[in-house]
Design a binder for this molecule. Structure first.
Ligand SMILES: Cc1cc2nc3c(=O)[nH]c(=O)nc-3n(C[C@H](O)[C@H](O)[C@H](O)COP(=O)(O)O)c2cc1C
Length: 189
């Protein structure tokens, strides 16, 4: 059985929902999933799994959320020196908001740490803007299913450095180009 750890931090619950939807996708693909709130666990739990998904809302100005900052520092201290995540596949997901200059930048921070710890990032990181809707929930489930397929070598790996821009995130959220233009005209999100 493929074992997946999903670590998350959240303030408003949106990133928890991303974690839950990704978990549904992983389970649909036949994996065994454990969810960990970064505020309550230490990174050594990652050692018990084959695949790792980590997510948090982007915070501050393109920084870590406080709950994940602590987990991240422990990853640097405990896992990075021996590259203890070598042989494991990983991917990251974040909350974002286009009102901020550093749009979803926590993704790069998480991926950088995973790589430093020896893990391989297997697919493009997922950005969810503000609140989930039915389209983004389905996208997230598929993202979880695809991750398990990539971990098993059933699907080609994706270049994680090709980051989702604002238009890509609109596609994830099911916002059409026309809808975006209308929102821009009205000064709405
Ligand atoms: C204090 C604060 C700072 C934020 N900073 C950023 C940021 O720098 N970049 C970004 O893309 N989103 C930023 N966001 C948006 C959040 O990442 C986004 O709303 C996310 O969906 C919140 O997730 P949660 O419901 O799991 O807490 C910020 C939100 C707050 C409240």
């Amino acid at each position: 059985m493929t074992r997946i750890a999903i670590v998350f931090a959240t303030s408003g619950g949106n990133t928890l929902e991303t974690a839950r939807m990704a978990a549904v996708g992983c389970t649909d693909a036949g994996a065994e999933v454990a969810l960990y709130n970064a505020a309550a666990f230490s990174p050594s739990v990652l050692l018990e799994h084959d695949g790792i998904l980590i997510g948090e809302p982007t915070w501050g100005d393109g920084a870590h959320h406080a709950d994940f900052a602590r987990f991240d520092a422990a990853m640097a201290e405990v896992l990075a020196p021996g590259r203890l995540l070598a042989g494991k596949g990983a991917a990251a997901f974040v909350g974002c908001d286009r009102a901020y200059r550093n749009f979803g930048r926590a993704l790069e921070l998480i991926e950088g740490r995973l790589i430093e710890c020896g893990a391989q990032v297997l697919q493009q990181g997922l950005k969810i803007e503000l609140k989930h809707n039915p389209t983004s929930r389905e996208y997230t489930k598929r993202w979880g299913r695809d991750f398990v397929a990539r971990l098993r070598g059933e699907l080609e790996r994706q270049d994680h450095t090709a980051r989702m821009g604002r238009a890509d995130v609109d596609r994830v959220m099911g916002i059409s180009k026309t809808e975006r233009e209308n929102r821009d005209l009205q000064g709405l999100y």
